[in-house]
Write a new protein. Structure first.
Length: 507
């Protein structure tokens, strides 16, 4: 049995221009592990399997299973949720194995129980409780051909037993006309019961929260979820096309702050900007659903600059953000010690062949994983993909190697949450903007260059002592008398220039 390292070693001589990413798998076209060759040929004959209609979009790694999702955009996609056993791969183009079974991946109209199987999945996430979270869009087709044959639903699998342990259908009020949900983030709190799923509604411009413990969901709205009307044109692989309606998509979580809450980072696809909101807001149904109570709790971190579109990002435990720079055929990075500005956006790797549309990025332990799939050529080109060429690739690289020599490089803690890390940031109350100034690893928020006092025209309140989320899950934020009830207060150390330390990671 060949180990994964054998595949990695074989990737050294592939001949493309990548410097850091190590290619693990590649395909000209996807294939599946049918029980027999006769069944494969039968599926092809009856158009249940049309290889050229299968495009991988999302990945996740749990132990020896590398999961790969394939949406049912066209006919002939036999399985939407699949995996590769990475420790027994004997080829760089292994067949995909349906997960958890062939039966679970039948199109619902063909299944014995209507809408009890998986229709179309995009992004998936394995959590620290050994659960695989799968959001099923319930759709077949894409664009004008889309048919909603089942409701949007969350499927959760026990990875140790490969059994589905929960299915949850979103409430009708969570779904709007035009809703398209394809991306999720999983927030495990103090226990496995204390877990939330967040999902971005790209085309109806919303953010959904689902509580595992309460088994219910709610929806947030904000102006930051909308696309930038000036940034709807894309140029990838020589193709110019317009994805101007595409709003909030990529979402990821930061490490927890001192009070136990994390921050959700997000951005619309048609945008060069990065935004954030505390999970203190998203976990609170009253706050999340009220625009009046929560609007000023959303903040803009900064901009990536020219050719800064992205659709996927993930932050590691050291506060390093990795993302796909789809305009540049590159994987990028940002060290959260730095301001979020173009000069602090680094390139992990770039290649005009191997990295055409790096569709998904994941951090697993101390490694970065990336899949590229040439999606714009598949969707926007009249000729489509050339199936005599390698179209789909999966890469990995140790995080230390990924950031080495980039603007993202810096001291990394040997263990999680031991080395204090901070980015002292100031929040301009009037226009929802975060200003960042580089700080040392030892937090100190009294420095006068953090946020000049003349930045502010509104009174900033001193944070009083109150039970934190870590010590008291029922604790609620202190509300000053002249602040809207239920809103998360703004804080300032008494007698000091105020600084907004949303990204004060105690790694």
């Amino acid at each position: 049995m060949l180990k994964l390292c054998v595949v990695l070693c074989a990737a050294v001589s592939l001949g493309h221009g990548l410097e850091k990413l190590q290619q693990v798998f590649q395909w000209q076209a996807l294939d599946y592990e049918y029980p027999t060759e006769e069944m494969r040929q039968y599926a092809k004959f009856h158009k249940d399997f049309i290889p050229e209609n299968n495009l991988p979009v999302g990945i996740e790694l749990w132990q020896n299973k590398l999961f790969v999702t394939v949406p049912r955009w066209e006919d002939g996609v036999p399985s939407t949720l699949n995996y590769i056993p990475v420790d027994s791969a004997t080829t760089m183009s292994p067949n995909l194995i349906p997960y958890p079974s062939w039966e679970a991946n039948q199109v619902p109209s063909q299944a014995q129980d209507q809408c009890d199987t998986l229709t179309t999945t995009y992004r998936i996430k394995a959590d620290s409780c050994d659960r695989l979270w799968v959001l099923d869009s319930g759709t077949v087709g894409i664009g004008n051909t889309t048919k909603q044959i089942c409701p949007y639903a969350i499927h959760v699998f026990d990875l140790k037993t490969d059994q589905r342990i929960r299915k949850y259908q979103f409430r009708p009020e969570d779904i709007k006309e035009g809703t398209f949900i394809a991306n999720i983030a999983i927030d495990v709190g103090k226990s496995c019961e204390d877990t939330f799923l967040y999902a971005s509604d790209e085309l109806a411009y919303g953010l959904l929260s689902y509580s595992w413990e309460l088994n219910t969901s709610w929806r947030a709205s904000h102006g930051f979820f909308f696309p930038d009307p000036l940034l709807g044109e894309f140029n990838i692989a020589g193709l110019t096309f317009h994805w101007f309606p595409e709003g909030i998509f990529g979402i990821t979580l930061t490490p927890p702050e001192a009070d136990g809450f994390k921050n959700l980072l997000f951005q619309p696809i048609a945008s060069n900007s990065e935004f954030a909101v505390s999970t203190r807001v998203l976990r609170n149904k009253t706050l999340a659903e009220s625009v009046e109570l929560s609007y000023n709790q959303y903040v803009k971190i900064g901009d990536r600059g020219l050719d800064g579109h992205l659709s996927a990002h993930v932050m590691d435990h050291n506060g390093i953000l990795f993302f796909n720079l789809i305009d540049r055929n590159a994987v990028g990075c940002w060290n959260s010690l730095n301001p979020y500005r173009p000069e602090y956006i680094g390139h992990v790797d770039m290649d005009n062949e191997a990295l055409i549309f790096p569709s998904d990025v994941k951090v697993v332990g101390d490694d970065l994983w990336v899949i590229s799939d040439r999606m714009p050529i598949h969707l926007e080109s009249e000729a489509g993909l050339n199936f005599n060429d390698v179209n789909f690739r999966i890469f990995t690289v140790p995080i230390r190697n990924a950031v080495r020599g980039t603007v993202c490089d810096g001291p990394l803690s040997e263990t999680n949450y031991q080395t204090p890390r901070s980015v002292a940031q100031s929040y301009h109350v009037d226009n929802n903007l975060l200003y960042s100034t580089h700080q040392s690893y030892k937090p100190y928020y009294g420095q006068q260059d953090v946020a000049p006092k003349n930045f502010f025209s509104k009174k900033i309140f001193v944070r009083p002592e109150f039970p934190s989320y870590v010590t008291d899950p029922q604790a609620s934020p202190f509300t000053p008398s002249n602040q809207l009830p239920g809103a998360v207060p703004s804080y300032s150390p008494s007698g000091h220039t105020w600084s907004y330390n949303k990204f004060n990671y105690n790694n």
